[in-house]
Ligand binder design. Structure first.
Ligand SMILES: Nc1ncnc2c1ncn2[C@@H]1O[C@H](COP(=O)(O)OP(=O)(O)OP(=O)(O)O)[C@@H](O)[C@H]1O
Ligand SMILES: [Mg+2]
Length: 512
């Protein structure tokens, strides 16, 4: 199937999010869309999927002009979308979820459960997905849930599949598997539109690359282009892809965590007797495959976990047992892993979100009165400084593009008077230009003498920022090693091997 978007224009009030965009998707190609946060990629895909109606332009499928008044129409025309926040019903089985999709399509026939199970099995076998039709969706890892979304789309004969930042939530291994799936789909004749901010992924799978900037197509790039070339085409200037930092000027052991243990609701120990310390002026990065206790560790430190034993001492005061409010007031900056759940109130304006945790004190509140002028001045300053692409401080945060929402959280947390920064996946969903800026700010925080704890599933990011790296596996600390430890050794530690054994094994590999 050949898909053409011709002159697509989509406006939100005064903002032109898509400005006469032409894009052709050839049969059986993987077409990457690259662009800065807020460039208009998701908007364009939402127009294609019938979620938004274009103000101008047309969608043409195999030379026939189409009108999509909703996703049902797009699906009927052979267009499927794998959303970043999955649309699956968690308590239903895989087969039930696949069946539901069919009831929603306008032209698709109804499926019964037996047929749905057979369909799941057939598609799963065809692509080697290993998805059990009777599994309950909420019990499945994120990567497998994503495959269920793919199966759902394929069961409706999707010939063009749109993936909007699918790898942001995946582990490196799940990402590799998804890339393999995309190639398989391409071999089977399905076209893929793939949006990602990770240039490595683009260069690995793309047949063609289209770059969008400020709502317009600015050009095509070759998959053979270097990271630096792709980055400068996206951002319109050259981008520093490595973090510059001076050796740390170490201060006192400001943060001392000892014997920290967290138990989840089911009684499983998810953080197991974890001890470490971070000095002022130092970045400790926590690396490890996602799901090995890193999330619960950070949550326990800021008071978001209930069953916590052990101690977290910051500048001599104990944080365990205190409320979140109290801990934040203590100068702890916290960038949560999932901004849409913990970081932002989507209905609130950007200005309100930027002062969210300071709404009870100076300078924004004096004698019980909200100081609107100070609040708005602060918001304007942060919007400039962090390059938040918005129509203004009163825009609801939920209307921002994904990466710009992340920048609001970072702007708020990095602008406080900090005694500790805990940042989980700080650059998730953020474009390369903004990654450069955020990394610079994190290093500036460290250089101001503040202890910094960074959690990242991106080994590149952990290695770039860290003075020391702590690897976690199954809730335990495997080891704490210098920031320049070779990747192979870190990789083995992430699988549970001790630092010494991993060092020896990776050394052998290197000399073999
Ligand atoms: N429903 C909406 N109402 C108002 N403005 C919107 C709406 N949806 C998107 N926008 C604006 O349109 C522009 C393009 O947003 P879009 O989500 O398409 O960007 P993107 O390229 O997907 O960025 P990211 O890489 O951060 O996901 C942004 O400035 C955004 O604030
Ligand atoms: Mg987007």
């Amino acid at each position: 199937m050949k898909l053409e978007l011709r002159g697509i224009t989509k406006r939100f009030g005064a903002l032109t999010a898509n400005d006469h965009i032409d894009l052709t998707i050839e049969p059986g190609e993987i077409h990457c869309l690259l662009g800065e946060n807020g460039a208009g990629k998701s908007t364009l895909m939402n127009v294609l999927y019938g979620l938004y109606q274009a103000d101008e332009g047309e969608i043409v499928v195999d030379d026939v002009e189409q009108r999509f008044s909703g996703p049902g129409d797009a699906m009927a025309a052979g267009i499927g979308m794998v959303h970043q926040h999955f649309m699956l019903i968690p308590v239903f089985t895989v087969a039930e979820n696949v069946m539901l999709g069919h009831e929603q399509t306008r032209f698709g026939g109804r499926l019964d459960l037996a047929a749905a199970r057979a369909k799941v099995r057939e598609i799963s076998d065809r692509f080697g997905f290993h998805v059990d039709p009777d599994a309950i969706v909420e019990d499945l890892p994120v990567g497998v849930q994503q495959r269920v979304e793919i199966i759902k789309a394929l069961s409706r004969d999707a010939q063009v599949l749109v993936f909007d930042e699918p790898t942001a939530v995946l582990t490196p291994q799940e990402t590799d598997e998804l890339m393999a799936t995309m190639r398989q789909l391409r071999e089977a004749g399905t076209s893929i539109v793939f949006i990602t901010h990770k240039l490595r992924e683009v260069r690995e799978v793309a047949d063609r690359i289209t770059v969008i900037r400020l709502g317009k197509v600015v050009g095509e790039a070759e998959p053979t282009a270097t990271n630096a070339e792709l980055a400068s085409l996206m951002v319109g200037r050259s981008v520093e892809l490595t973090v510059r930092k001076d050796p740390p000027k170490l201060g006192d052991e400001d943060l001392v965590v000892s014997g920290l243990t967290v138990t989840d609701e089911a009684g499983t120990v998810v953080v197991d007797d974890v001890s470490f310390s971070v000095r002022g002026g130092e970045v400790l990065a926590v690396a490890g495959v996602q799901g090995n206790g890193q999330t619960e560790l950070t949550e326990a430190m800021v008071g978001l976990q209930e069953r916590v034993d052990g101690s977290v001492r910051l500048g001599g005061s104990e944080l365990v047992g205190r409320s979140v409010r109290d801990i934040l007031d203590h100068g702890v900056g916290f960038v949560p892993e999932d901004r849409s759940v913990d970081g932002l109130v989507k209905e609130f304006s950007i200005a309100e979100n930027l002062m969210l945790d300071r709404s009870h004190g100076a300078p924004f509140v004096r004698n019980g009165n909200l100081q609107l002028r100070e609040r708005d001045a602060f918001a304007h300053e942060k919007i400039d400084e962090f390059d938040i692409r918005t129509q203004g401080p009163s825009q609801p945060a939920g209307r921002l593009s994904g990466g710009n929402q992340q920048k609001v959280v970072l702007a708020r947390e990095l602008s406080r008077d900090l005694s500790l920064l805990v940042a989980a996946q700080p650059t998730r969903g953020v474009d390369v230009g903004s990654i450069e800026f955020i990394h610079t700010r994190i290093i500036a925080t460290r250089d101001a003498g503040i202890p910094v704890l960074v959690i990242s599933t991106e080994l590149d990011e952990a290695a770039a920022l860290a003075d020391r790296i702590m690897v976690m596996y199954r809730g335990k600390v495997v080891g704490i090693v210098p920031g320049d430890t070779p990747r192979e050794q870190l990789g083995l530690m992430m699988a549970g091997m001790s630092p010494d054994a991993a060092g020896a094994a990776s050394g052998e590999e290197a000399s073999a």
